[in-house]
Write a new protein. Structure first.
Length: 404
């Protein structure tokens, strides 16, 4: 699989004579499976139209900071958060100067400032502009800020003379980015690991329109899947239906019932190094799922639904464990530690993430969580109340420290 597959790439285009070459780079990104969005400066729009980029990427292009296509979101922040990798190409002397000082006076520069994604800059300009001490000082500042900058090519400039300042060929830019990304990925702690994550609340059908489920939003599992991906793992997310956006770059399998979840997890288990069972699996299912919608009968006084236990997936997996590191979750409303200790031992888990869902801000649905990590033969560790993203990173780091 290409390292670019499903990667969220934002291309920032600034206003230089080489702006049109961004089109060829974007095509190459897309051929590699990346999902590309474009932010452009108003000056870039004088060289190439936003419509060209929009048609090519099949994504909205942001150019004017104050165009609110989507009233639910502030456009540049939404794009900044979506971005996994940002490349400014071509980068004018002007945009480099703005980036070096943190200026944000249009949609493109505001998005650059608002993203936490790694940034890459490909300068292209007249050789004297490039050699100017101000430009060199600004490039040095970008490098000091952790931004990767590609050296321009030497060759015939648009001005009609030879100099250093040409935009390298799109294929050269792509291979530079690919090499850089690969070397960074190899250094990541979960590089080469296959991580399987389950998320969401399973649905146990009563009839074709009704089901038993729980309040799980899937946010914790999705945060784990995304964090594992950011740590370099090959991630598969098995999810019950949720309202969440699929994390970029993960293999995604949607299931409904506990039974489907069990079958899918078992099918993936051999090829898994780290399993994080964050799904809220129903403990019970209706004994019989009825084919037709159950109708209320005249004079009916109540109804009894007979339930049977669902398969305990972690218990099934316990004797099948070989190299796998298995993390379970326990949502409790009382006797948190005692119940968690029991579950850890009974299911032969390598780690149990316990949370007291009766506490405010903890567990289901919210954006925060506080958990206690239990591992065999060591003292439980309780985190602070943190974002689910931070909890996800803590869980994975703890699993890595313990040999995952
Ligand atoms: C025809 C033409 C070509 C230009 N080419 C470049 C260029 O290749 N590199 C550059 O840094 N500036 C170039 N400029 C100057 C920029 O367009 C100018 O500095 C502008 O303010 C950049 O705005 P932006 O960085 O917001 O896109 C060019 C200007 C014109 C009129």
């Amino acid at each position: 699989m290409s390292i670019w597959q499903n990667r969220h790439v934002t291309v920032v285009v600034s206003g230089g004579i080489a702006s049109y070459k961004a089109i060829y780079l974007i095509r190459q990104f897309m051929q590699q499976g990346a999902i590309v969005r474009v932010a452009m400066t108003p000056h870039a729009a004088a060289f190439v139209t936003p419509l060209t980029f929009q048609t090519l990427t099949q994504q909205p292009v942001i150019c004017d900071e104050f165009t609110m296509q989507d009233p639910q979101h502030v456009v540049h922040v939404e794009l900044a958060d979506w971005t996994e990798l940002m490349v400014v190409v071509p980068a004018t002397a002007n945009i480099i100067a703005k980036m070096a000082t943190g200026l944000a006076d249009d949609a493109a520069t505001t998005t650059i400032l608002a993203t936490t994604a790694p940034k890459y800059v490909v300068p292209a300009m007249n050789s004297h502009m490039y050699a100017n001490p101000a430009t060199q000082r600004n490039i040095a500042q970008l490098i000091a800020d952790g931004i990767q900058v590609l050296t321009p090519a030497t060759g015939m400039l648009a001005e009609g003379y030879v100099g250093k300042g040409r935009l390298p060929e799109p294929s050269t830019i792509l291979s530079w980015l690919t090499q850089t990304l690969l070397s960074q990925t190899k250094a990541l702690p979960l590089h080469g690991k296959r991580v399987l994550v389950t998320a969401g609340g399973t649905r146990e059908m009563i009839d074709p329109v009704r089901y038993i489920s729980n309040r799980s939003s899937g946010k914790m599992g999705y945060a784990v899947a995304q964090a594992a991906r950011e740590m370099g793992a090959d991630v598969t997310l098995i999810s019950a239906p949720t309202a969440l956006t699929k994390p970029a770059g993960v293999h995604y399998v949607e299931i409904n019932s506990a039974e489907e979840l069990a079958t899918t997890v078992k099918a993936h288990f051999d090829a898994t190094d780290l399993l994080v069972m964050a799904a809220a699996v129903s403990d019970f299912r209706p004994v019989q799922a009825v084919d037709q919608k159950i109708k209320k009968q005249p004079g009916q006084n109540g109804m009894t639904l007979e339930l049977a236990e669902t398969e305990d997936i972690l218990k099934t997996l316990a004797p099948l464990k070989q190299h796998q590191f298995v993390v379970g979750f326990a949502a409790e409303t009382q006797n948190l530690l005692a119940n968690a200790e029991k579950k850890l031992a009974a299911k032969k888990l390598d780690m149990l993430v316990a949370n007291d869902v009766s506490k405010p801000g903890v567990g289901f649905n919210g954006d925060t969580n506080q958990v206690t990590l239990l591992t065999p033969n060591s003292t439980p560790v309780t985190t602070n109340l943190l974002s689910k993203q931070a909890i996800a990173q803590t869980i994975l780091k703890a699993a890595i420290e313990r040999g995952a």
